[in-house]
Design a protein. Structure first.
Lengths: 231, 215, 231, 215
């Protein structure tokens, strides 16, 4: 299994200055172990692409708090006041997109296309005149594809060919990012041999995956966040 | 009953059995807890769920299953889970029957502002624009006035819009109002509030066509 | 289960003149029973969208041979000499697209977008000058979304909410078409109750499906084509 | 050995163990039957398969599992099945290591024509354009001349192109040629054919750098 790698080697492939996509919507799907190793190795000047910034002290937020991030491309960081403050202080550059547009920009890169025509937000302040295209008598907003150098992905299960299965609401951006990044690094607590999955049920075919890092166990990062439990 | 409880209790009867409904972050996600356990509805959550349901007891809670607001949820029989591109395809293809959504401001034309207060609050756009722009029916759940008592239901929104002319109905703690050609039409209101009092707490001009009253 | 319908009622919803997408790549995924009912009911002036035209006397070819089709939007009809002849005689209008472009045009409609920017075929005779867009210093080909009024889909399994699972190479265009058509009609030999599927393994969420027609059995149409068996 | 058998036998050694390979309709799909049963390769079929393998015995054949040419196939351990959009995403994102493809014409620049003979044969485009334009390495499998003995390996293609400057190598029944800066370079050829004879059956100018010979 050439795709089976150590945490250290897999993350060492990422240079400072890289554009890195990170799967996950809130906690589910966030590759905490890969992120924590990236914090440990200390690459800087990163551009990160993730739905959100996780919550203070967790996941993506650790990279930002640690000063490793130049720019964040995201959709909503409402659960992370610390990151909002860094944005307001001008320490961190933040670029916001509507959530489905962020997904579709990533997926467009993943499909090997360069952009798409939409009407989302076309009447709102997020659309600049230079984003508009007159085409065959209609006006569209052009959204450009958003590719990346690396993607960091958490999969519930994987095999040695890099085939991936996700679980619960942890699917979210992960299969899209696995298509869109030039080098895809996956962590999983459950790496097995090829043949373990029904072929129709593979979420991400191994063709998109470059390295798989088996995790011995899931740390507390992956557990229940008490403040999201209804009292 | 608190203002929030009044809104949520009333919101329940907006849901047509058998329909597909998205509940926005904030008040709307709370609606799920006001629904009878056997109510026939499929709740869509834009992080990739069709068939989200009430939070399980702590021992059965799945850390890999949250709604778009971060709260742990469970799944109903027949639920499906999918990626964010498919989730928003459902939204943009107008396969949702109803979205209930919060508001900073909403106006007589059905314009909605709920994503940004310049200089004060701009955590991002999330799924709001696509939900507001593309769902067949949008019901806003909001307190009638803000914490300072200022109207949130305006002649014209002043904050950056989420989407233009998208709101069909507003459910506040004081009244239920439809966005109609002639402006806002009051369909229901609290018995203890007079037409004049309701108008006084509303910047938009109201037409009254109440078919009865709430308690 | 309001989505459970008879073959007759489900197909009767389709008027003459409709634009109809049909799933399947060759035999696998072709909804033969829905097509045969459409032949029986006789709607005309149809525009059909399918990867291929099936083989003579089978599936889509029957609708074409029966004179019900005005236009075919497809990618390759090399296994159907009869349809090639009808095209060459000018009886049937045929519009060809590169296979992945056809898939992506359908998927773009299914995502609620209006078109996408590509470089596929940009140097070939399939690209006309009016398809080209100069944008931010680059030249792209604009491919417009391809939506439809109806989609006819074969699913291996379904439930009463319209959740679908496909099998083998019968996935192909089906999940894309289920997203792209305004009214989606599904046939399946295996309709069961909600709760039968692991939620992560649903290929098409029921939100996209309008009617499901249970089939009592699969006719010989769905069986092995002897001439594709290696001697 | 027939011309086809010579091409197919030679084609096998183009496949690097561990790689992902698409086999185009026609001669290339036959390569699968020339591979050792335990050969480490993932065959991609554009109708939605990664891990296609040799046809099963008739009693085990799955009517819902064909390759892009319509032939029934089996699956290897670790295969995955997906929709056509994902399948072509794999192609356009250059996740294929190699595509073997047929040709009507191929030329000294590496241009490929294999989809249309105007007025005679135009069954459609299929997956050829995307495969030819986007795969990292394209090897053409073709007879050296057509049935009338006319060269298929030309100075410049005359038919409508599938893709420009895309071919890396040509394997014919007579020789193996690389597309290089200086034109076509012959790497291998049949022992029984002289350089002059090979050139006579080739419109494009050949440079000879044979490293040995095939039988």
């Amino acid at each position: 299994m050439k795709k089976n790698q150590t945490l250290e080697n897999a993350i060492a492939a990422i240079p400072s200055g890289a554009v890195v996509m990170v799967g996950g919507f809130g906690n589910p799907g966030t590759p905490f172990s890969l992120i924590n190793e990236l914090v440990r190795q200390g690459q800087t000047d990163l551009t990160l692409i993730k739905n959100d910034a996780n919550e203070p002290g967790h996941g993506l937020s650790r990279l930002i708090e640690n000063g490793q991030v130049r720019k964040l491309i995201t959709t909503h960081i409402g659960l992370n006041k610390g990151v909002i403050d860094l944005m307001n202080q001008g320490v961190l550059e933040v670029e916001f997109h509507p959530q489905g547009m962020l997904a579709e920009k990533i997926r467009t890169a993943g499909a090997g296309s360069f952009g798409f025509l939409t009407d989302i937000g076309i009447d709102s302040e997020i659309t600049r005149p230079e984003d508009l295209l007159e085409w065959q008598g209609q006006t569209y907003k052009v959204e450009m594809a958003l590719p990346a150098d690396y993607a960091l992905i958490h999969a519930a299960q994987a095999d040695g060919l890099g085939n991936l299965l996700y679980q619960g609401s942890a699917i979210n951006f992960s299969p899209l990012m696995a298509m869109a990044a030039n080098h895809v690094i996956v962590e999983t607590p459950d790496l097995g041999v090829p043949g373990r999955f029904k072929p129709e049920q593979v979420h991400t075919p191994g063709a998109f995956v470059d390295s798989v890092v088996p995790l011995e166990s899931l740390t507390s990062d992956y557990g229940i966040l008490e403040h999201h439990v209804r009292r | 009953m608190s203002a929030a409880e009044r809104i949520l209790s009333r919101a329940v009867s907006e849901i047509i059995p058998g329909s597909i409904v998205n509940l926005g972050i904030g008040l709307p996600t709370q609606v799920i807890h006001y629904l009878p356990d056997d109510f026939d509805v499929q709740i869509h959550s834009e992080n990739g769920i069709l068939g989200a349901w009430k939070q399980s007891a702590p021992e059965a809670m799945d850390p890999f299953l949250i709604d778009a607001a971060g709260a742990y949820v469970s799944l109903r029989e027949g639920a499906s889970l999918f990626d964010s591109a498919v989730s928003f395809a459902i939204i943009r293809r107008a396969r949702l029957d109803l979205t209930m959504i919060g508001a900073f401001e909403v106006d007589a034309l059905g314009n909605l502002a709920n994503w940004k207060i310049p200089g004060k609050f701009s955590p991002g756009i999330g799924g709001a624009m696509e939900l507001a722009q593309k769902t067949k029916r949008i019901v806003v759940l909001t307190t009638h006035t803000d914490k300072q008592g200022r109207p949130k239901i305006l002649k014209n929104c002043r904050l950056p819009l989420t989407a233009k002319i998208c709101v069909n109905r507003i459910i506040s703690d004081l009244a239920v109002m439809d966005v109609a050609a002639q402006g806002l039409v009051v369909r229901e209101k609290l018995v203890q509030i007079s037409d004049a009092d309701l108008q006084a707490q509303t910047e938009a001009e109201l037409t009254f066509a109440t078919r009865g009253a709430e308690s």
